[in-house]
Design a protein around this ligand. Structure first.
Ligand code: NAD
Length: 384
């Protein structure tokens, strides 16, 4: 079976789906690896390194013509999608719930689309495949470095002959995978860290990394299903906001990571709260996208400086800014995922298996993934 590694073409994307060190396991399982010319270049993996690891480097046309399975990070471009052929398999972070119509088109073309972001993350045997976690981890780390770089003072407490620098007060809003890494990184740099999440189980996790957890009087817990948060009611949101604002005003640095699956990210830092912050404060909004972010003022992929001198950074693809490290983790995830499907050198689909049934989006000419199918129903179309 021929496994192709595609070159990413999304704006600002620098990661690659497989790194040279990940090839051995796949070749041992019977896969021949084809790498699109220049696929790893932006992540510092030259074509020669893939060749040395046993892959064949090929032109774009040859990759699309020959590969039985195409591995990617992001969704293929529409041009690439049109060139897939029936029976071909594409695996990546395809975001089927954001772009269900693209999935329908791939299905109609006979392509099997398998999405790593649909993985059931709480299954322990899926942990090695959990690309959302590995990439959120990179993002949480990088967000703190960006904040430290932009902040005009020290993060740690420093006592010198020229005086004492107070440590930075840093708040992490949203204590999932990214938030936990942000706490750990900020603590390593010596900041005094506070953290807040609507899931009460995160208190212990944040405290174990050295953060002080904020317990709000107005909101006890908003855990949803599968370890995720549920959306708050308007009353809960307002109460949360009021209490959070008091804490926000005293912070030097804020990292926001709060997400609710399938919904717009909640606004946790309003423009009114921003106006109460000190000049020179820095916010990194990790939840920012075209849909909005956790900070009312954020603009995707821009740095907004408010009238009172607060800088709001809203990079939408932080893992791509650390492409070699992020790709190394991603390659391990996608290799383990591919090996889950490989039986006797070919792709095998056991729809009784939880990982397979949750992640195969299109197969045999149709959309087979329940949630994606529901979004394509005429009623859902009308409601969108
Ligand atoms: P996420 O990116 O969906 O959200 C980030 C955080 O934002 C979450 O902790 C969420 O509770 C929080 N949040 C949402 N709304 C909020 C609000 N209004 N105010 C404050 N915080 C808010 O989360 P994630 O990092 O993808 O992780 C989600 C869950 O999945 C976690 O429970 C994590 O432990 C779990 N998980 C489990 C495994 C595993 O069991 N192996 C692996 C990965 C993730």
């Amino acid at each position: 079976m021929k496994v192709g590694v595609a070159k990413e073409r999304a704006p600002n994307e620098r990661r690659v789906a497989l790194v040279p060190e990940a090839l051995a396991k796949l070749t041992a399982a019977g896969a021949d690896i084809l790498v699109e010319r220049g696929a790893g270049e932006a992540a510092s993996f030259p074509d020669a390194a893939y060749e040395a690891a046993g892959a064949q480097v090929v032109a774009t046309d040859d990759l699309l013509a020959q590969a039985d399975v195409v591995l990617r990070v992001q969704r293929p471009t529409s041009e690439e999608q049109q060139r897939f052929r029936s029976g071909q398999v594409v695996i990546g972070l395809l975001q089927p719930l954001t772009e269900p119509a693209e999935m329908a088109a791939l299905g109609a073309a006979g392509v099997t689309a398998i999405s790593l972001d649909a993985l059931p993350r709480t299954l322990s045997r899926a942990q090695a495949m959990d690309a959302l976690s590995s990439q959120a981890n990179v993002g949480g780390y990088k967000a703190v470095l960006i904040a430290a770089n932009a902040y005009g003072r020290y993060f740690p407490l420093l006592t010198t002959a020229a005086g004492t620098a107070r440590p930075a007060n840093l708040l992490v809003l949203g204590v999932g995978v990214a938030g936990l890494q942000a706490i750990a990184t900020a603590r390593r740099l010596g900041a005094v860290v506070k953290a807040y999440d609507v899931r009460s189980e995160t208190k212990e996790q944040a405290e174990s990394l050295g953060a002080q957890f904020l317990v709000l009087k107005s909101l006890a817990d908003a855990s949803g299903t599968g370890g995720y948060a549920r959306e708050l009611t308007p009353e809960e949101r307002e109460a949360q906001q009021r209490e959070l604002n008091d804490h926000i005003a005293g912070m030097d640095v804020i990292i926001t990571t709060a997400q609710v699956p399938g919904r717009r990210p909640p606004v946790l830092v309003t423009s009114a709260a921003l106006s109460q912050m000190k000049p020179g404060s820095v916010i990194v909004d990790m939840a920012a996208s075209a849909l909005g972010g956790n900070v009312e003022a954020s603009k995707p992929d821009e740095v907004v400086v408010t009238d009172n001198g607060v800088a709001v950074h809203a990079l939408t693809n932080l893992p791509a800014t650390m492409p070699a490290g992020a790709s190394q983790f991603y390659a391990r995830n996608i290799s383990a995922f591919l090996l889950h499907f490989l039986k006797d050198g070919t792709m095998a689909y056991d729809f009784d298996d939880e990982i397979t049934s949750a992640t195969v989006i299109t197969h045999h000419g149709a959309v087979v993934h329940g949630q994606t199918k529901a979004l394509l129903e005429p009623a859902a179309e009308g409601a969108r």
